[in-house]
Design a binder for this molecule. Structure first.
Ligand code: AR6
Length: 175
């Protein structure tokens, strides 16, 4: 018997004690601004050194490193799409969530906290990104119902929190 969970809340991802946090990285995996910058700042040079050995990451894919001094045991680095308005954006963003969850399962991890991938510098509209994050996470839990996974979607920006709330409100209204 196990209980999987899907929730969202306003929290700084670098403070979360869990099996893994998901960083919204870029294709170099060598750090940047936003949540990526915050994670690298909180951790320091050892993370950067391990990231160098990974030789980058394609959009929609995910790679894992240790969490070093962060409270999370591991960091999954995924690369969201730079929003362009084309159908490939949704496919790539969906793959970020799916591949991160798949990697966490492969590593036998059971608690995962996501940043709101692509909703900052990469310009993905909040409502559309919320739909992808919530639908993909919920579908993954259904498809992997034999595995316990607790998913937390972090919202650092109030507009992200509002989009998650609104999507769920409309969702329950339709059912
Ligand atoms: N904890 C949780 N969420 C955060 C934090 C934090 N400490 N800081 C920011 N966010 P962004 P992207 C939220 O720009 O759009 C970097 O330079 C933020 O409010 O970090 O995928 C990379 O190196 C927003 O909702 O990532 C790439 O070059 C969300 O995290 C590029 O930015 C994502 O915003 C990736 O852009």
């Amino acid at each position: 018997m196990h209980t999987s969970k899907l929730e969202f809340k306003t929290i700084d991802i670098t403070t979360i004690e869990c099996d893994c946090i998901v960083n919204a990285a870029n294709r170099t995996l060598l750090g940047g601004g936003g949540v990526d910058g915050a994670i690298h700042r909180a951790e320091g040079p050892k993370l950067l050194e391990e990231c160098r050995s990974l030789h980058g990451c394609k959009t929609g894919e995910a790679k894992i490193t240790k969490g070093y001094n962060l409270p999370a045991k591991y960091i999954i680095h995924t690369v969201g799409p730079v929003y362009s308005g084309s159908p490939s954006d949704e496919i790539n963003l969906t793959n970020c969530y799916k591949n991160s969850l798949g990697l966490a399962k492969k590593k036998n991890l059971h608690t995962i906290a996501f940043s709101a991938i692509s909703t900052g510098v990469y310009g993905y509209p909040f409502d559309e990104a919320a739909k992808v994050a919530l639908d993909t996470s919920a579908n993954w839990l259904t498809e992997n119902s034999d595995y316990r996974m607790e998913i937390l979607l972090t919202c650092f920006d109030d507009r992200v929190y509002k989009s998650y709330s609104n999507y769920l409100k409309n969702y329950s209204g339709n059912n």
